[in-house]
Design a protein around this ligand. Structure first.
Ligand SMILES: Cc1cc2nc3c(=O)[nH]c(=O)nc-3n(C[C@H](O)[C@H](O)[C@H](O)COP(=O)(O)OP(=O)(O)OC[C@H]3O[C@@H](n4cnc5c(N)ncnc54)[C@H](O)[C@@H]3O)c2cc1C
Length: 466
């Protein structure tokens, strides 16, 4: 088997195929694994994540993948989320003893950044989501943006800005007027309503690159290999099959089956025009738009933060991660990473403007940072971070199977039902591996089930299934 691309989609398909006994050659263009969810060394010697990545309890396939490659113990799990608003008020999001879908209702009822009528309206909208029982594509959500759906359910501008956007813009990396309501409703159903564990935040306790140490061993244990700095230039294709891949430098390699696991905007350049013309699925990839994320790294001369992370309301900065604390020192808040999802407004701004803006916000939230000296700052703008989950975008996401008998696709952009996330990427990798095993006559399942709906949420989920 040849897998092209060493991001989570390629890695998960390669590890699954190796588990099934296949010899896999994984070809990755860059000198390290992990793709968009990776870390690397800057020219000044500092090792940084491409951007802070987090996972949620409802991401069952990513969880399974980390377990397979021995990375689970490198993920910290947090069940207490702290939101800070412009007035410095802190809200806690934590499960109470109530069963799902009511476990977060107490936190919501006490949410100090909104007035009582807004909290009650949010509760009603959450109940409307719970009643759907996970069937989120139809009814009053069909064809709508998340913003339209929220307005339809009487959410005030302030509730949208101070509650719904805070969760959804980070989870989906898009503004609510450009987000398919189905994706937004899915986030709340899977992470906040269906199961008490769904909202728990998983945060890597090591640089992202260290999560993939076990992948190479898993692939090599079955006689396979990982080739870094192996940039595939094109695929050679007949009418029915892929015949081989051409790698930079002129080398050619061939295999029984191929998984193409590169980002959606890199796919078409590798395929012959003839194939793109013959399969509308490929040409439709041009219709998927991308959305940006900006990460800002700050190093201070002293500790400026004690919490492991904070979520900010009413500001450009959305999250602050205390990297020193997450990594277990040295220092307990000297190295911080800030994240701005759907960062369209920051793209045209200079690096210095972004540093000034984020530093000013940080100093408002963290009093210790006011006196501290900023030693170093790094801004990483990812203009094409993820595909945009626009209304109707699911139409343009191809299946992992193609019309060529030995050619399969993987990537967060393929049809998984999930937005562009690490979970979506792993699902696509598992689905591609399942499709290959079915094609060679030895079907096997890798895909993990969602967390089971509990309590009243289970009743709502079952009601629709009858
Ligand atoms: C800044 C940022 C923050 C994010 N935050 C989160 C988060 O907090 N939580 C979350 O769940 N998701 C997050 N995501 C999304 C997540 O990173 C992606 O959805 C996921 O990593 C995509 O994996 P992938 O394997 O599909 O693609 P990629 O990771 O892009 O992997 C594709 C690989 O293919 C390689 N490649 C490309 N062309 C070739 C070629 N010609 N030959 C060989 N190899 C090639 C690339 O080098 C790359 O390694 C974030 C993304 C970004 C950019």
């Amino acid at each position: 088997m040849i897998v092209i691309g060493g991001g989570l989609a390629g890695l998960s398909s390669a590890v699954a195929l190796a588990d099934a006994g296949f010899r896999v050659r994984l070809l990755e263009r860059r000198p390290f694994l992990g793709g968009r969810a990776s870390s690397y060394t800057l020219p000044d010697g500092e090792h940084v994540d491409n951007c802070q990545h987090v996972t949620l309890g409802c991401c069952t396939n990513l969880d399974d993948f980390y377990r397979r490659v021995g990375a689970s113990r490198k993920i910290g799990v947090y069940d207490r989320l702290v939101f800070v608003d412009r007035d410095g008020r802190r809200s806690l999001m934590q499960a109470s003893a109530l069963p799902a879908p009511l476990h977060l209702a107490v936190s919501l009822a006490l949410y100090p950044s909104l007035v009582w009528s807004e909290r009650r309206a949010i509760g009603n909208a959450m109940l409307a989501i719970a009643r759907r029982g996970g069937r989120n594509a139809d009814g009053d959500a069909a064809g709508k943006s998340m913003l339209d759906w929220l307005r339809l359910h009487d959410q005030s501008e302030s509730a949208i800005r101070r509650f719904w956007s805070v969760v959804l813009v980070s989870a989906l990396n898009e503004e609510l007027d450009r987000t398919d309501a189905r994706y937004g409703l899915d986030v709340f159903w899977k992470a906040f309503l269906a199961n008490r564990a769904g909202y728990r935040l998983g945060i890597p306790l090591v640089p992202l690159g260290e999560l993939y140490d076990g992948c190479k061993a898993a692939i090599e244990s079955r006689g396979g290999e990982v080739q870094l700095r192996a940039s595939v230039r094109c695929l050679r294709v007949s009418d029915e099959r892929v015949l081989g891949v051409e790698i930079d430098g002129g080398r050619e390699e061939s295999a029984d089956a191929y998984v193409l696991a590169v980002p959606h905007d890199a796919v078409l350049a590798l395929l012959p025009e003839r194939l793109i013309g013959a399969q509308p699925g490929f040409a439709n990839l041009r219709r998927l738009r991308s959305a940006p994320i900006t990460g800002v790294h700050f190093w201070f001369d002293r500790d400026v933060m004690s919490e492991p992370f904070l979520t900010l309301l009413d500001r450009t900065t959305q999250w602050i991660f205390n990297k020193s604390r997450l990594y277990g020192g040295p220092g307990d808040g000297r190295y911080l990473q800030l994240v701005v999802s759907a960062s369209y407004d920051l793209l045209p701004r200079s690096r210095q403007e972004i540093i000034d803006l984020c530093l000013a916000e940080l100093r408002e939230v963290l009093p210790e940072a006011r006196e501290a000296k900023l030693l170093k700052a790094v801004v990483i703008k990812e203009a094409n971070a993820t595909f945009s989950p626009e209304p109707g975008s699911d139409r343009w996401r191809p299946s992992q199977r193609t019309s060529l008998s030995n050619f399969f696709l993987a990537g967060d952009w393929t049809a998984t039902g999930w937005p562009a996330t690490m979970e979506g990427a792993v699902r696509s990798g598992y689905l591609a591996a399942e499709a290959i095993l079915a094609a060679v006559g030895t079907p096997r399942g890798f895909l993990q089930p969602d967390l089971p709906p509990e309590g009243l949420a289970r009743w709502y989920a079952r009601r629709g299934a009858l």
